[in-house]
Design a protein around this ligand. Structure first.
Ligand code: PMV
Length: 354
């Protein structure tokens, strides 16, 4: 019998939260304790490209990440595969003579090949782009009719932050109320054209991988931090509304103030956790001081900073002029060694600590 392969390739950028998600109310379904808002990066820089293939000649589901085979047996992959298979529809490709009936998808196996266009070891969020891309590519392969918000609720079960990568621009992950997680999904607030003068610069402070995974960190914070309870109930709901207004009005002053305050509160929650979690280091703190001083002396914010579960700084400049000045300041404060590649050098890796 003639065999065949059907393939789909998709590309998904990563996203950076400006109002952070930190803490789950349900670990299996990945349901958060608060809403969050993120900005999706330009796909040219930090993104995942994933090809998914199906063929009657495949005898098991397999996946390769950056060319190396990885296991698909983990619960998060299994949840995504199960949810998307349940939504598969009939596919007909007359040119290739392929017809896959709805019920065939239960028996057919998949091969997945995924690449990150940035070093996975650089400690930059890769799971967000990865799971979003996997779910999107599989939905196309299997002709699932779900829209991107419905797909985001599936990607969420791979990695929480992944649900926000199914849209460009600014995106809100609504925590939802339902116990089954069906209303915990992402919606686009504005598209990438709405505020296109912003320039995002990532300052790689360390290329080492983080010591505390976000899963363990969140669990410890939920169990031990009173600040997290206060943040989720009293602080974030107000900030989400203010952030939505700032984005809608392209009000950079409010946007920067909220973004920096929220990053700092997230890291304060980490310190309030027992045992405390340290994601930022001395270089991260120096970057914060530098930006704060500049914003203060300029009279109005020029740059916003935000840090995820690691020491690298994500800096959002108001426009190209502010971005150029920022680059000059960074080069002055953290001079590269004479042989450094100026497009991508690590500004703080302390060789004594390594
Ligand atoms: O989706 P996870 O488990 O990688 O968690 C992401 C958590 C933060 O990046 C720190 C915040 C966020 O909202 O993306």
């Amino acid at each position: 019998e003639k065999t065949w392969v059907r393939m789909v390739t998709a590309q998904t950028p990563t996203n950076i939260a400006v109002i952070k998600y930190w803490g789950k109310r349900d670990e299996t379904l990945i349901l958060p304790v608060n809403d969050s808002i993120s900005v999706t990066l330009d796909p040219a820089h930090l993104c995942t490209t994933t090809t998914v293939a199906v063929s009657p000649s495949f005898d098991q589901d397999r996946m390769w990440l950056n060319g190396k085979e990885i296991s698909l047996s983990g619960g998060r992959y299994q949840n995504c595969l199960r949810e998307i298979r349940a939504r598969a529809c009939e596919v007909e490709d007359k040119e290739k003579g392929i017809k896959i009936a709805k019920k065939d998808w239960e028996k057919l196996h998949l091969h997945v090949a995924s690449y990150n266009n940035f070093p996975t070891a650089a400690g930059l969020a890769s799971s967000a782009a990865g799971f979003a891309c996997l779910v999107f590519a599989l939905a196309k392969l299997m002709n699932a009719k779900e829209d991107n918000s419905e797909l985001s609720a599936i990607a969420r079960q791979g990695s929480g932050s992944a649900c926000r990568s199914l849209f460009g621009g600014f995106v809100k992950w609504i925590m939802g109320k339902a116990e089954d997680g069906s209303d915990s999904l992402a919606v686009q607030l504005v598209d990438e054209k709405h505020w296109d003068e912003l320039v995002i610069i990532i300052a790689v402070v360390s290329s080492r991988q983080k010591e505390t995974s976000s899963t363990t960190g969140m669990r410890d914070s939920v169990e031990t931090s009173l600040l997290l309870q206060h943040r989720a109930k009293e602080v974030v709901p107000k900030r989400i509304k203010q952030m939505e207004e700032a984005i809608k009005n392209r009000d950079f002053g409010s946007f920067a103030q909220l973004t920096c305050a929220d990053s700092n509160q997230f890291h304060a929650v980490c310190l309030d956790t027992s045992p405390p979690i340290f994601y930022m280091n001395d270089t991260s703190h120096r970057i914060i001081s530098c930006v704060e001083k500049w914003n203060c002396s300029a009279g109005t914010p020029q740059v916003a900073y935000t840090f995820d579960a690691g020491p690298n700084a994500v800096l959002i400049a108001h426009n190209r002029k502010a971005a150029t000045q920022l680059m000059q300041k960074l080069l002055f404060c953290f001079p590269p060694s004479s042989d450094a590649d100026l497009n991508s050098y690590v500004i703080g890796d302390n060789s004594i600590l390594k």
